[in-house]
Design a protein around this ligand. Structure first.
Ligand code: ADP
Length: 368
């Protein structure tokens, strides 16, 4: 409810204006001199003041000066025709508008309604601006949090593989002539594995940084999709072929327009996880299907699987399920996958059973 203060020494005007405004649903207080006006103003903090300039003792302009020191309430001056100079002074010291006496009921109501609708508009605008600023602030805060967590995590996690490289290379150097060929091979493998892990961590860190800064935008190129997927699966066979089986079932081929970098990001992360979270000797199956309008591929493993609660959270940054306790990782791979899938305008779904395995299905739209 809007509160209005009417200040006039003429009782007739006060009564009339009060009646007009109360009939319109406003709460109205009135004062007949400057002293009373300031008292009422401080007590009720009205949103709008209808203020006569000609008041006994403290005149309307002095009242206005006091009000302006304390508030930005809307002040509508009431002036006589001959008060031109006072009116100009009034406007220059902060009155918002004026009405010349005698005025009609409709003039007064119009002046007040115009003011109130402007005020409401402004409030809505301020509300919208506040929300936009708040949203941007929250997003920025989350970004900073994510960045500082990434920096903290990587600076911590970089130490282990670096320490392994250092100790293995020291041992190889110091005991070169005493180490058996198997032990030498073990240390070389350890160095190779650590370097691999470091490269993966660096790649993930770069991908997340690019995602955060909105740099990872899709750059479609013509891709021979069957050959592209076969190449990736072949890379996995070369590295893990002695411990895992890889089956590729592709029923779709042709040249498509897609971003190979994003596609690679998706496939490599999903197949790496299928290997990581499955026991040695098990099979990873990759399906590639499609039609003119869309591409669908699945990565299916026979590994540890996850509970439904865990499945609901695996795309969150840094989330790692219970099954990952003794397995190295950052909890960022699937976040990158999700972001890449979304950048391609697609979707990803997972079904999984603890102890039996998981199936990640990615659907990507194809344009043209
Ligand atoms: P990371 O593998 O580095 O921990 P990801 O974001 O790739 O991070 O995966 C998040 C978590 O989801 C993993 O820690 C693991 O618990 C679970 N997860 C992902 N892929 C599989 C899978 N194929 N089978 C079982 N669990 C998986």
């Amino acid at each position: 409810m809007t509160t209005i203060l009417i200040v006039d020494d003429e009782a007739k005007i006060r009564t009339l204006v009060t009646a007009y405004l109360e009939a319109e649903g406003f709460t109205v207080y009135s004062a007949d001199d400057g002293q009373g006006a300031l008292l009422m103003f401080r007590r009720y903090r009205p949103a709008l003041i209808v203020l006569d300039i000609m008041l006994p003792e403290i005149d309307g302009l002095d009242v206005l000066r006091h009000i302006r020191r304390e508030s930005e309430a809307y002040v509508l001056l009431l002036t006589a025709k001959s008060d031109e100079v006072d009116r100009v002074i009034g406007l220059s010291i902060g009155a918002d508008d004026y009405l010349t006496k005698p005025f009609r009921r409709t003039d007064l109501l119009q002046a007040i309604q115009t003011r109130l609708s402007k005020h409401n508009e402004q409030q809505v605008k301020h509300g919208e601006q506040y929300e936009a600023i708040n949203e941007a602030f929250q997003a920025e805060r989350e970004k900073r949090l994510l960045t500082s967590r990434i920096v903290a995590m990587f600076s911590h996690d970089f130490r282990n593989p670096l320490a392994s490289i250092l100790s293995s290379s020291e041992l190889l150097k110091r005991y070169e002539d005493r180490l058996s060929p198997e032990r030498k091979r073990h240390h070389l493998d350890r160095i190779g594995g650590s370097v691999h892990l470091l490269i993966q961590m660096l790649d993930e860190m770069l991908a997340v940084a690019e995602m955060e800064h909105g740099k990872l935008s899709p750059q479609p190129q013509s891709v021979d999709i069957a050959a592209f997927v076969e190449d990736i699966v072949e890379e996995f066979r070369l590295i893990h072929g002695d411990q895992y089986g890889f089956t590729l079932k592709d029923t779709f081929s042709g040249i498509i327009e897609t971003d190979p970098r994003l596609l690679r990001q998706i496939l490599v992360n999903l197949i790496s996880n299928a290997v990581k979270y499955s026991p040695r000797g098990s099979m990873v199956t990759i399906h590639l299907e499609g039609s003119g309008s869309g591409l669908e591929f699945s990565v299916i493993d026979q590994g540890m699987g996850m509970t439904e609660e865990e499945q609901a959270r695996i795309f969150e940054a840094f989330y790692r399920a219970d099954n990952a306790k003794n397995i190295k990782g950052t909890g960022l791979g699937l976040t990158i996958v999700m972001e890449s899938v979304q950048l391609c305008g697609g979707e990803i779904k997972v079904t999984s059973t603890v102890g039996h395995g998981s199936n990640f299905v990615v659907k990507l739209p194809l344009n043209g």
